[in-house]
Ligand binder design. Structure first.
Ligand code: SF4
Length: 319
């Protein structure tokens, strides 16, 4: 029987960013250098496939430093950690490596700078996300207020509008954040902050690529994990731009094929923590059921690379 035709619009950039690449490489090189087990506090990046792959090589993932035994290295995830975590590691004389993305560390430094200047800090972000917990833990307790929406920005009460600053989570919706920043700047004209926000290049570019294809797609599949902030934002961006059937899939097995019934144009993208192999798996599953025509839509190219921590860069990645 002849397969129906399906055009796949493949967003580019998609998938792994420089911060995720670096974090995974830190775990792999630590395993090569020190041998298993290497402990990792929290999922190194928010993707089960990646985590399970590293577990198979000898990484052990824990949520609490208390679970790390003496004498083994521990790595902090790409999302960043509150200052209490390295302090606790030092107190216990644990050897640790910090895989915090340098673009998250940059926000940590902004927070410290504002705190030193005596400013009350507003963090735009999502409660409970590890990056938000890490950023709020860079300055003394109570010095950062979390704002999650335009409504919260409108209702916010501050101590002194002249001594105020804002910072943001790196993986937010560019448009939603701009709306929150607009409210803050209107209400507190002398607020300090970055030019626009602290959303990273990878989040921005992946949202741009989704915007470029969303209105042409009947359905959009975003390959990513439910706890991946930037992946969730891609689903929202696609829906807002006119692709109402945008859905997150962890991998091909999650695809709701009934939802693809009669679909002619399918958008495919991936969050910054989703490996390309899972995108390939999704496309291969489509090829089994459809006569697929591929169109890749590229909005920009990326060449960002981050250095590894000292002590790891001399070891070959695949020893
Ligand atoms: S999504 Fe952005 S902030 Fe997060 S790891 Fe990637 S580059 Fe860094």
């Amino acid at each position: 029987m002849k397969k129906p035709t399906l055009t796949i619009l493949l967003a580019n950039p998609r998938g792994f960013c420089a911060g995720v690449d670096r974090a995974i490489e830190i775990v792999e090189r630590a395993l090569d250098k020190f041998g298993p087990p290497v402990y990792v506090r929290h999922e190194i990046v928010h993707n089960r496939y990646v985590v399970e792959g590293l577990e198979a090589k000898g990484a052990v993932f824990v949520e609490d430093l208390a679970e790390v035994p003496e004498g083994v290295p521990v790595i902090f995830s790409a999302h960043g950690v509150p200052k209490t975590v390295p302090a606790e590691a030092e107190a216990r004389r644990l050897f640790y490596l910090d895989a915090t993305c340098p673009l998250v560390s940059k926000v940590h430094r902004e927070a410290e700078r504002h705190a030193r200047a005596g400013r009350q800090i507003i963090l735009i972000g999502h409660a409970g996300h590890p990056e938000v917990i890490g950023t709020m833990g860079q300055t003394p307790k109570g010095s950062i207020m979390l704002v999650q929406s335009v409504a919260e920005a409108n209702a916010l009460e501050v101590e002194d509008p002249e001594r105020l600053a804002f910072i943001t989570q790196t993986t937010l919706s560019v448009d939603d954040t701009a709306a929150v920043v607009d409210v803050l700047k209107r209400r507190f004209p002398n607020i300090h902050g970055p030019k626009k926000e602290d959303i990273c290049y990878a989040t921005t570019n992946r949202q741009q690529a989704v915007k470029a294809i969303a209105s042409q797609c009947d359905v959009m599949l975003v390959v990513g994990a439910p706890n991946s902030s930037n992946s969730q934002r891609l689903v929202e961006v696609a829906r807002k731009l006119g692709c109402h059937k945008a859905m997150l899939v962890k991998r091909a097995a999650d695809i709701d094929w009934a939802a693809l019934d009669g679909v002619l144009r399918l958008g495919v993208t991936a969050g910054a923590s989703a490996p390309e192999v899972l995108v390939e798996e999704v496309i291969a599953a489509c090829r089994e059921r459809y006569d697929v025509i591929m169109e890749e839509i590229t909005v920009t190219s990326e060449d960002v690379q981050f250095k590894l921590p000292r002590g790891l860069s001399a070891v070959p990645a695949e020893a």
